[in-house]
Design a binder for this molecule. Structure first.
Ligand SMILES: [Ca+2]
Ligand SMILES: [Ca+2]
Length: 480
């Protein structure tokens, strides 16, 4: 920018720019008379019609404007720059271009006792995020300087409780290094997980420290670039402080659904009226979250459980015999859920003429058509109740049989035999025959194609394998 001096009195020197909170910038300059004008958005031009002048008592040059707590401070240098009495004075106003008060007083002048002379043509800077102010100015060089042999220095600038600028104490030592803190961009992540905060500092002279208003901790609270981990979701402020400088960023933390482990359930059939207890390990990434749980048992309404020591415990006494797959839902206090389906709970009516089994056994080689090897077979069945069904699962043979109809069991002593129809892997039409032996518990199963009669899966009754886990119950009908 070049200001033609025609039309303005004095020298066109000592320019300074002030940018207000709204982003609008203003230009100040002048010697002998002060000028002030809003800058155009290009920052290199202005409307000459808007130039205002202000000539406080003793004004010479070096205009500089700051704003603090809504008050604008217009400062300038008095006397000639070659004079030991070169000094800074100020006035105040309600806008960047005044109107300004009368000259309030001197804020920076010589201290001959220290040999400090000719203090003026200053600028003022505030440490970002603080109310710490510094004044930079020049003075006669020490030793031996004069108005044309000068040095620059920085001292503190303070305000009193009424907003007046206190006289600056010029020092020979100047000031301690200032470190400016930058908290970095706003960041986001999930509760319980480290979220990178990308703060920085202008130098290492002061140790930075992170703090937060959230339930969060920092991997290294004294590293500008570190991670923050929060024990709950929410929007929290993280603040980086270095000495008097502080800067904040926002951390947005999302909730994480609780996680459930493997449920513990009874492995053998359970008589109706007997409490069935399911224990489900539950955790939440948000350590501040409290958890609750409910169970859907397959009969009756959903029921609440309790969560203690990281385990959801739900209890129910079935009123009917059958094969059930209870669903347990764990919920955090932010409403996120996880549901685990218990593979199977088998119940039976004692004295009800029912056969029931639940567990595993090891099938011998050749049990499955076309498959030479045997392996673990899981099963669950209840025969003799309306909720009864039969499930045979042989993972090694990719066989998942589910009954679609049942006969009533024929019970002779400790042995029950029943039959019905079903599907394999959800398709087809198969018939099956089960022989369940109670004590020592054994199980025989034959599944064959209903149309062709071809046997698909066979655990023969002669030499039927014992159970590996679980149990078989054969409970004849009691006659009153
Ligand atoms: Ca949460
Ligand atoms: Ca959670």
């Amino acid at each position: 920018m070049c200001i033609r001096d025609s039309g303005y009195s004095g020298q066109m020197i000592d320019s300074a720019v002030f940018t207000d909170d709204d982003g609008k910038s203003y230009l100040y300059w002048g010697n002998g008379n002060s000028y002030q004008v809003p800058l155009n958005d290009d920052m290199i031009s202005f409307d000459p019609a808007r130039v205002k002048t202000y000539h406080p008592a003793n004004y010479n040059e070096g205009s500089f404007v700051i704003k603090r707590n809504g008050t604008y401070y217009f400062m300038w240098s008095e006397n000639d720059t070659r004079s030991a009495d070169y000094r800074v004075a100020y006035a105040t106003g309600d806008s960047p271009t005044g109107p300004w008060s009368d000259r309030i007083g001197v804020i920076l002048q010589k201290d001959a006792s220290l040999g400090i002379l000719g203090t003026g043509h200053h600028s003022v800077v505030r440490v970002p995020g603080s109310d710490d102010w510094y004044i930079a100015y020049h003075r006669f060089a020490m030793p031996g300087g004069d108005g044309t042999h000068r040095e620059t220095t920085v001292d503190r600038l303070f305000f009193d409780a009424d907003g007046r600028i206190k006289p600056v104490v010029p020092t020979l030592e100047s000031v301690d290094p200032v470190t400016v803190a930058h908290a970095g961009p706003d960041v986001s992540g999930a509760e319980g997980g480290p979220i990178a905060v990308r703060g920085s500092v202008s130098n290492d002279a002061n140790r930075p420290t992170w703090s937060t208003d959230g339930p969060c901790s920092f991997a290294d609270p004294h590293a500008a670039a570190t991670t923050v981990t929060c024990t709950d979701n929410g929007s929290f402020t993280v603040t980086l402080t270095t000495g008097g400088s502080r800067d904040s960023a926002l951390v947005t933390v999302s909730n994480v659904s609780p996680a459930a482990g493997t449920p513990s359930v009874p492995v053998a059939p359970v008589a109706t009226g007997t409490a069935v207890t399911v224990g489900l390990p539950v955790t939440d990434a948000g350590a501040s979250d409290s958890l609750s749980c409910t169970a859907s048992w397959g009969e009756g309404p959903d029921a609440s459980g309790t969560v203690s020591g990281g385990v959801c415990t739900v209890t129910h006494a079935y009123s009917t015999g059958g094969v059930f797959q209870p669903a347990v839902t764990v919920r955090d206090d932010d409403g996120a859920t996880s549901t685990v389906t218990v593979p199977r709970v088998v119940t039976y009516v004692a004295g009800g003429g029912q056969a029931a089994g639940n567990g595993t056994l090891t099938a011998p080689a050749g049990c499955l058509d076309g498959i030479r090897t045997g392996g673990t077979v899981e099963f669950a069945f209840n025969a003799g109740s309306p909720a009864g069904r039969t499930w045979i699962h042989f993972a090694g043979g990719d066989l998942d049989f589910r009954s679609t109809s049942h006969s009533a069991p024929l019970i002779l002593g400790n042995t029950a035999t029943y039959q019905g129809t079903g599907t394999i892997n959800g398709v087809g039409s198969y018939r099956f025959l089960v022989t369940a032996i109670d004590g020592p518990d054994r199980l025989a199963v034959r599944i064959w194609n209903a149309r062709t009669g071809r046997t698909v899966f066979n655990l023969p009754a002669l030499g039927a394998p014992r159970l590996t886990t679980g149990g078989v119950v054969v409970s004849p009908k009691k006659h009153r």
